[in-house]
Design a protein around this ligand. Structure first.
Ligand code: FAD
Length: 467
């Protein structure tokens, strides 16, 4: 009998692979090592848990450890950290409460995810400085919000304008980083009555989106009384034991807590120590079947690279669907059906208070040029629903294509929440996957009815303007 399929990391990529392998080959032994207590959880829901829209961390879990063990017959070992991979002996070494385990593998999946980046500035170790990368981070943040709202730990400051949501407003907080986690957390904190200061190093939030989307979101954040500090190089988180101020090159803003939303980096140490190759992005390099440089060792999810559908080059875009999709494909591969799992387009969505935004493909002109394209973009603002329909708003789409071939390269979309920017991005994703031109998109037979769009959906309008 062969050795088991061993998985390191029990979330999206790891449990997708384990579940699929067991489904396709119920006789296959599968061992999963997870260093924490949570498995198969939706970290994407954490901002809404901190906000208070989701009541318990358990609601973020799609399959419990007991269900994996009892119903899916997967040997799931929580509280076990894998500390070594020996690709010559084909073993992993894990440490848990009961001691050290050396586990042989037939196939191995590294699904160790990513970790929050903590910038190298003074003061990040002060009390009151948080990151949001794990379930325990979410728990700590929610407890902070609850304590602050109960007024147990903090004096009530003067009520700032963001306090209109609640009677028991609490004091100023800092969010460092204007990416999607920073923006989602600005909403979560403001909704709890905090006066939010958002610090962004560059001149716009959501820098992976178009300028137009960033500006729209920034204006909306300001409308929601988020104090936006753009071009703010944060130099220090000042204070005593606790953080008391965010110090930038030009300013010092008093705060009672800081959330660092300064990005993530792939968790690759285990792979590196085992001599497994990393790519130029810094994440684990794989082939199209997600196999690493070590035979029968796979990597997927936030620790690994994937191929970009537009450039054909390795890219690092740590998002949930990729982790699920590639994990599932590996589950099929290791049970005898080689499956690639597909490329990525870098499609992402974010809600910022009453605004929704999406982006997909290559938007940055420099990156497009590096990939051999001559990018040209048009921005169109069109009605989200029929003009005579009682509800509706605008959708703003920036569509980018290659000048000569007219191949669609990417899009950034923004609208009021519920007016369809995010769902409309999916038509562009299909175009990217097909290598479609703007003329092809213009001829897409999209659905139309007055409550949903205009006869010419804004995506078609954007393609028409760009063609
Ligand atoms: P992870 O979810 O990071 O899981 C890796 C697991 O491996 C962890 O449980 C870790 O404990 C375990 N592990 C690590 N090292 C070891 C070891 N040595 N031994 C044993 N176990 C180990 N994505 C989206 O697409 N949309 C969103 O809206 C979105 N929102 C997000 C919001 C937040 C706040 C965060 C933090 C992430 C968000 N993401 C979002 C990203 C998404 O959560 C990840 O892409 C996804 O969880 C990646 O899954 P993964 O299995 O690769 O890694």
């Amino acid at each position: 009998m062969s050795d088991p399929f061993v998985v390191v990391g029990g979330d999206a990529a790891g449990m997708s692979a384990a579940s699929k392998a067991k489904r396709d080959d119920p006789d296959r032994d599968i061992v999963v090592f997870e260093k924490g207590e949570w498995v198969s959880y939706g970290a994407c829901g954490l901002p809404y848990y901190v906000k208070g829209e989701i009541q318990s961390l358990e609601e973020l879990v799609s399959v419990t450890p007991e269900e994996f063990r009892e119903e899916r017959d997967i040997d799931l070992r929580t509280g076990h950290e894998v500390v070594d991979i020996d690709t010559a002996d084909r073993t992993v070494t894990a440490e848990g409460d009961a001691g050290t385990v050396v586990q042989p593998y037939d196939h191995l999946l590294i699904a160790t995810g990513a970790e929050s980046v903590v910038p190298s500035i003074d003061g990040t170790d002060r009390e009151g400085v948080y990151t949001l990368g794990s379930m325990s981070d979410g728990k700590e943040l929610r407890e902070y919000v609850a304590r602050a709202r109960d007024g147990e730990s903090f004096q009530q400051p003067d009520r700032g304008p963001a306090c209109r949501y609640l009677e028991d407003c609490t004091g100023p907080v800092g969010v460092v980083g204007g990416g999607y986690i920073g923006v989602e957390m600005a909403e979560a904190l403001a909704a709890n009555g905090f006066e939010v200061n958002l610090f962004q190093r560059g001149d716009r939030v959501l820098k992976g989106f178009s300028d137009e989307t960033s500006e729209y979101v920034a204006d909306h954040l300001r409308d929601e009384d988020v104090a936006l500090h753009l071009d703010a190089d944060v130099l220090e988180l000042a204070g005593g034991d606790r953080v008391e101020a965010v110090v930038t090159a030009d300013d010092r803003i008093d705060v009672e807590m800081v959330l660092l939303g300064t990005g993530v980096r792939p968790r690759t140490k285990l792979a590196e120590d085992a001599g497994i190759e990393l790519g130029d992005t810094g994440a684990i390099a794989t082939d199209s079947y997600r196999e690493t440089s070590a035979p029968d060792v796979y990597a997927a999810g936030d620790c690994a690279e994937a191929t970009h559908v537009v450039t054909g080059e390795p890219a690092y875009v740590p998002l949930a669907l990729t982790a699920n999709r590639h994990g599932r494909a590996i589950g099929q591969t290791v049970t005898g059906t080689p499956t690639e799992g597909g490329d990525i387009a870098g499609t992402a969505a974010v809600k910022a208070f009453d605004v929704e935004a999406a982006r997909t493909g290559i938007l940055d002109p420099e990156k497009a040029r590096e990939a051999g394209f001559d990018p040209v973009s048009e921005t169109v603002t069109a009605k989200s629903r029929a003009g005579y329909y009682p509800e509706g708003g605008d959708v703003t789409i920036t569509l980018t294509a290659d000048r000569d071939s007219e191949r669609v390269l990417g899009a950034s979309l923004v609208s009021e929440y519920g007016e369809g920017a995010v769902h409309r991005s999916h038509a562009v994703v299909a175009a990217l996957s097909e290598g479609a031109t703007v003329a092809d998109v213009e001829n897409y037979d999209l659905a139309y009815a007055p409550p949903f769009n205009t006869t010419w959906d804004p995506v078609l309008v954007a393609a028409k303007v760009l063609s």
